[in-house]
Design a protein. Sequence first.
Length: 511
Amino acid sequence: MPLTQSTSQIETAQAIESLLQYAISNLDFKQENLNCARNMIFNRLKISCSVQNATNIESVNSILNKLANYAVNSGICPPDEKENLKAELIGYLIPQPYEIIKNFDEIFTDKGPNFAMEYFYNIAVKGNYINKDKISKTVTHCFNGTYSPLYLSVNSMKKESSFNEKTYKDKMPSSEKPFPLCPLCSENEGAYNGAKSNLRLLPIELGGSFWNIQFSPFPYFKKHIIVSYSQHIPMKNDIKKFEAMIDFSTVFEDYFIASNTELENIGGSLLCHEHMQGGLKNLPIFNAEEKERFYSKKYENINLSLLEWYLPVFKITSDDKIQLLSAIEDIVNAFINYNDESINLICKTEKNQHSSVNTVCYNENGKTVFLIIPRNNRTSEQCPKGIFCPDESCKEIKKEGIGIIEIMGYFILPSRLICDSVLLIDFLTGKSKTDLKEKNSVYSEYSSMLAQLINDYGINMTVSKAKDIITDYINIKCQTMLEQSAVFKNNEEGKKAIDKFLSSVNLIKLN
């Protein structure tokens, strides 16, 4: 039997009161603002009944879901705008930007940057910008790769996309461009579209330019932050950005900061807006050992080494910012203009730049560490996805390009793998009799995987065995993706090539 309008409104008013009490307890919401906020929410949801007592609801997301469901069922909000409405309702109760900036600065001065960042993080969590209920559905496991453990995370929060989808807005005619121009623009703060009403940004000056810090609504690892440029300009890797990264890691010593390349297909970032991302220093690459050390007569105050990793990583360490920046600029500029036909490395063709770098910066024992990872996105007839990119069979596991997060040892895999694995298990156990060649079937999307697994194990295994070999296959493919992304491979030919490059920038190998 459907609820009457009055009963439904009473229950909704109770949920509103629960939301207000939550804000008082968790968001530093002031009692003096209670009547005003309540009336704003009543007006938005067209509630006409009297104020009710709060009900006990498990989480803030549960409260917001109840309010949003009421709005959808009452015709107040379209179903596809439910998340926007939830953000709007909690957005009424979150401190305004100037309050957050003031509080952050005071905590920074009194207790230090780590306490200040913890305050800002709690605003994002308790303001439901970071949705803990959705994060809990993410499935993560670790396997021991050749050089280091690698983490694989199946992300249920964000849809899988290709690199072409990440740049489309800047290719549109100006009359068709949306406002804000992209999800990283500062104009998103408090916006209804995109569920940004509960977004709060923290402005900061880095490298002489202004940036905005936010915690990612789709966190891949602990305290995942996005640091976006204050203006909508394309991604780039230059000395100003490297200085901004160094400044950030000097202030926030518990965090790393990293950047993808500015080129398509060799990074997972939104290329149309300059930004960096980071988090706590607990990813696998931070435990990588140095396998070779180098010396430069030009830079006596820096240490240079090559890490034991799946693809080449140059590590530069120093407490001398000027020399550090100069060394970074020399190595980066040398690589992006470097050709070596013995390994098929061509830095540019006609008007297209193909070589770039991924970068990571963090503080280690009071010194700044800067990692440089050479990348190249050139394609050929034999390698249409990229000569130094994962091959076609890897796209069965991950369609997106290999970006800086994966390079640091943390793979973001699509949620389709969970659903599709159930069907793949049915096939490998003999339960499904579908023809592998049947077009548009799930099996056709995993033809390389199934062909190898059937060849190696047959199709009459147990469910447990099928689960294990699918997991092992995905593990190995992820490591393969890193190895195939290497410009200088971990083989004799690659070692000779990297030695030749390092010699070109006058780096001398130490015994």
